[in-house]
Design a binder for this molecule. Structure first.
Ligand code: NAP
Length: 322
């Protein structure tokens, strides 16, 4: 057998990077595998004011970049690769990659969540042509233009505030008459002259000619349908877990979130879940980091209990324990 890592961490967001930091600080041989953007969703959010200690570097991308640098500084290997599946049938687990595979004694699954689609006609047609799911990525395309933000959670209200740095006017369209977002975020938004809110309303269609030109909205209280001209539509209607590669291998709830206990243990021994991908009540950077740390500590305990620290010739050559 070739190299066997102590722990393979799938996903390079706050949960995965924190797991890497804790694992490597505990002298475990750790690798984080990320196929997309390091930092995950947190790297697409501009304001990160509720992560303690981030006042000097409040932007998501900066904080995430520092987390990766810190994990690497302690020896975590960061690999840009596409995970396609797993084999958990042996004690040494296999992570299948689009090119090759990786062996590890423990797995921490920390792939996070991704934006949900609105499901309205025109949404997919105009994706990237006025429809966006990331204000940090796309806000500057809408400098001095008008945009609509759909949703009423933390993401919608926070990103609406961020969009006012660029856009002329930001209209939040929410299906209820109160926000789900944290009160402090709502207060900030309500004090911003560029933001207005259309309550009890859903966007039923996004239209345009090559690029977005407007939306058709329906007031769900009185059924009135109106045409609203806009240059862009930012959709923040929630997230769903990214679990394609592990579906059917560990227990999940009805919505597809991975069930893990307080120690981040899933239904498979030696497989841990951390961050937004697991069933939990508060999905934030701070709780993702905590999950990652707990998962790494328990992965270490699992390895100590289940693997004899015998250095086999192959492993010795590669520098790993078997
Ligand atoms: P969320 O909290 O689930 O909010 C989704 C919003 O979209 C809700 O207001 C919901 O309306 C609305 N919605 C859902 N489906 C819709 C549809 N088909 N049409 C119109 N509106 C629809 O999602 P999120 O804001 O993306 O946040 C996800 C998680 O990340 C949350 O746990 C959140 O706390 C966290 N987060 C935290 C921060 C932060 O702390 N700074 C920032 C971003 C995200 P209803 O309210 O009527 O259900």
């Amino acid at each position: 057998m070739g190299k066997v890592y102590d722990v393979a961490i799938i996903g390079g967001g706050p949960a995965g990077l924190s797991a890497g930091l804790y694992a490597s600080r505990a002298k475990m041989d750790a690798v984080i595998i990320e196929k997309g953007k390091w930092g995950g969703q947190a790297a697409t959010t501009e304001e990160l004011e509720n992560y303690p200690g981030s006042m000097e570097h409040p932007t998501g991308p900066k904080v995430m970049e520092r987390m990766k640098i810190q994990a690497e500084a302690f020896g975590t290997e960061c690999l840009k690769e596409d995970v396609t599946g797993f084999d958990f049938s042996d004690q040494i687990k296999t992570v299948k990659l689009s090119k090759g595979e990786i062996k590890a004694k423990a797995i921490i699954y920390a792939t996070g969540a991704q934006p949900m689609l609105l499901g309205a006609p025109g949404e997919l047609e105009f994706r990237g042509k006025g429809v966006s799911y990331c204000a940090t990525c796309d806000a500057d395309f809408f400098t001095e233009l008008d945009v609509v933000v759909i949703g009423g959670g933390d993401a919608a209200v926070e990103e609406a505030i961020y969009l006012t740095k660029f856009a002329e006017k930001v209209t939040i369209v929410h299906r209820r008459d109160e926000f789900r977002a944290a009160k402090s975020i709502v207060e900030n938004a309500m004090q911003n002259d560029k933001i207005s809110v259309i309550w009890n309303t859903v966007v039923e269609e996004i239209y345009g000619d090559g690029i977005v030109e407007g939306v058709k909205m329906k007031n769900i209280k009185n059924g009135e349908v109106t045409d609203f001209r806009t240059d862009g539509v930012f959709v923040f209607v929630g997230t769903k877990p990214i679990t394609e590669t592990i579906k059917g291998l560990v227990d999940m709830d009805a919505k597809g979130y991975i069930i893990a206990d307080e120690e981040m243990r899933t239904s498979v021994e030696g497989v841990f879940a951390a961050g937004d991908v697991r069933v939990k009540s508060l999905r934030q950077v701070i709780t993702a980091c905590a999950d990652g740390a707990i998962a790494a500590v328990n992965a270490e305990k699992y390895i100590e209990k289940n693997f004899e620290h015998i250095l086999l010739p192959d492993a010795k050559k590669e520098g790993g324990w078997v």
